[in-house]
Write a protein that binds this ligand. Structure first.
Ligand SMILES: [Zn+2]
Length: 223
């Protein structure tokens, strides 16, 4: 039988991934594995809630348990597994080497929602008449956003549009326009229910900067 765990904490997105990774580690020692069903950020607090499912057995691989880097030089974020720990670097490196990298982990790098579980929540909310009555309620918007966020192609965390605009030295293009331009180039995108002016994506920062400049009619090669 499945067992569920609801964890609460007051902290940042990174803290929720550390908390989840702590639960992954503890469960593994006891012969279980855990998977997140959904997580919810409430800015009243702020509080993060994570619902985890505890399953008997062991995960065959630890692909969602690793390290995340952020490069202060180029703004790119990357994920590294335990096996890649000795090879952490950023493609922009050059003379900066790894000194510009901030490494976080070990932490949970996988999705913070299960798409199947969110779909069940949507169906139940419809059945109870909480959503689907024509007028799109806040709950409906939130559940749809969570479903988008559970796309397994999306990387951990999000890219803030303010940072893209600041690095590109332009005014930020509208979020929707930016997301559709990124999708046209084959990248996965979703809004984030945690930060309003941010995008969850698998698109590197350098490409985000180039796309945003193109949208604003600025030559990518000019400084
Ligand atoms: Zn870099």
């Amino acid at each position: 039988m499945d067992c569920f765990m609801l964890l609460l904490l007051m902290a940042t997105l990174q803290a929720v991934t550390i908390l989840t990774s702590g639960a992954v580690r503890e469960a593994s020692v006891l012969g279980y594995y855990i998977t997140p069903l959904f997580s919810y950020y409430s800015y009243h607090g702020p509080v993060f809630r994570v619902m985890l499912r505890v399953n008997r057995g062991k995960l065959l691989e630890n692909r969602h348990y690793g390290f995340i880097t952020y490069c202060n030089n180029c703004g790119n974020s990357q994920e590294f597994s335990w096996a890649e720990l000795g090879q952490i670097s950023c493609s922009c490196s050059g003379s900066h080497g790894s000194r510009s990298l901030v490494i976080s982990g070990p932490l949970w790098t996988g999705p913070l929602h299960s798409a199947a579980y969110i779909s069940k929540m949507i169906n139940l909310a419809e059945e109870w008449g909480w959503i689907g009555n024509g007028a799109e309620t806040d709950l409906e918007k939130l559940l749809k956003q969570m479903l988008d966020e559970s796309d397994p192609r999306l990387k951990s965390g999000y890219i803030k549009m303010d940072e893209v605009a600041s690095r590109a030295k332009i005014n930020s293009p509208p979020l929707r326009t930016m997301m559709s331009a990124m999708q046209k180039e084959g990248y996965a995108t979703s809004r984030s229910h945690i930060a309003s002016n941010a995008i969850k994506t698998d698109c590197p920062m350098s490409v985000c900067i180039r796309i945003s400049k193109e949208l604003q009619g600025v030559d990518s090669f000019s400084v």
